[in-house]
Design a protein around this ligand. Structure first.
Ligand SMILES: NC(=O)c1ccc[n+]([C@@H]2O[C@H](COP(=O)([O-])OP(=O)(O)OC[C@H]3O[C@@H](n4cnc5c(N)ncnc54)[C@H](OP(=O)(O)O)[C@@H]3O)[C@@H](O)[C@H]2O)c1
Length: 216
C-alpha cells in the first residue's frame, strides 16, 4: 500500500520503518518540505521511503497515520488538507498532552471531549480511527516484545468498516492479537484519559515497555 505518516518523531519513525520493512511505500510528512529528521529518515529507510510536506504526505497515502504532537495535530491536518484526506482512513495515534505547565503533562481534552472527536468534527469526510495511542512507539509495531504479545489494543471511531480494516491491519501487519472495538469516536475519551496513568506507570516501572491486558 501507499501509506502516509504525519510526524517526524519517534512514533512516525517507528511506524515508517516497520511499514517499509513490510514492503509498503511510505511518505513521511512535516511542516516543511525538507525537514532534517524526515530527510534523514527517508535516506536511511530505503527506496520505498520518501518525505515531503503534510500535504504531500496526505495526497500520497491511501492510509494516513497521524503521529504529531497533540497540540499541533489539528494544524497539521489542516495543512494536510481536507480534500487530500477525503474518504480516507486516518489512524490517530496522537495524545492531547499539554506540556505548557511542565511535567507531568496534563490533558487539554478529556472527560466530555477528546482529540479524536475534534479531528472527526473538523474532518467529517475522513474516517478517523483512534488507536495505538496507549503504548510506546516500539510496542505499537512490535507487540511481541511485551508478554509474548498477549496484551490489548483498542480502536475508536464512527465508521465500523474503517475500524474493522484498522483492526485487521494491526493484526496482520504489526502482530497484534487482541484488538477491542470500543465504539464510536467518543470512546477515544477513555484511551486518551488513560495517559495520566500511563505516564505514572512509566515513572514507577522505569520503562515504557509495558501495556494493559484485559482479563475477565
Ligand atoms: N512517543 C511515544 O512513544 C508515543 C506513544 C503513544 C502516543 N504518542 C503520541 O504520538 C504523537 C507523536 O509523538 P512523538 O514522540 O513521535 O513526536 P512529537 O515530538 O510529539 O511530535 C512530532 C511531530 O509533531 C509535529 N508538530 C509539533 N508541533 C506542531 C504544530 N504546532 N503544528 C503542526 N505540527 C506540529 C512536528 O512537526 P515537524 O516535523 O514539522 O517538526 C513533528 O512532525 C504524540 O501526540 C504523542 O503523544 C507517542
Amino acid at each position: 500500500m501507499k501509506i502516509g505518516i504525519l510526524g517526524t518523531g519517534m512514533v512516525g519513525s517507528a511506524i515508517g520503518n516497520k511499514l517499509v520493512s513490510l514492503g509498503h511505500e511510505v511518505k513521511m510528512g512535516s511542516r516543511t518540505a525538507n525537514n532534517e529528521k524526515a530527510v534523514a529518515w527517508a535516506q536511511g529507510a530505503g527506496a520505498k521511503a520518501s518525505q515531503g510536506t503534510f500535504s504531500d504526505e496526505a495526497s500520497f497515502g491511501e492510509l494516513v497515520f497521524v503521529c504529531t504532537q497533540g497540540a499541533g495535530t489539528l494544524d497539521a491536518l489542516h495543512a494536510a488538507g481536507a480534500q487530500n484526506l477525503k474518504g480516507k482512513i486516518l489512524l490517530d495515534l496522537s495524545n492531547p498532552l499539554d506540556f505548557s505547565k511542565g511535567m507531568p503533562p496534563t490533558l487539554f481534552a478529556g472527560n466530555t471531549d477528546s482529540l479524536g472527536e475534534r479531528i472527526q468534527a473538523a474532518f467529517p469526510d475522513t474516517r478517523v480511527v483512534k488507536t495505538l495511542n496507549t503504548v510506546a512507539a516500539d510496542i505499537m509495531v512490535n507487540p511481541g516484545k511485551v508478554n509474548g504479545g498477549d496484551h490489548d489494543m483498542f480502536v475508536s471511531g464512527n465508521d465500523t468498516a474503517a475500524k474493522a480494516t484498522v483492526s485487521e491491519f494491526l493484526k496482520t501487519q504489526f502482530g497484534w492479537k487482541n484488538v477491542h472495538d470500543l465504539g464510536d469516536i467518543t470512546t477515544a475519551r477513555g484511551t486518551e484519559s488513560y495517559l495520566p496513568l500511563w505516564l505514572r506507570l512509566w515513572g514507577t516501572l522505569k520503562t515504557p515497555m509495558f501495556n494493559v491486558k484485559i482479563v475477565r
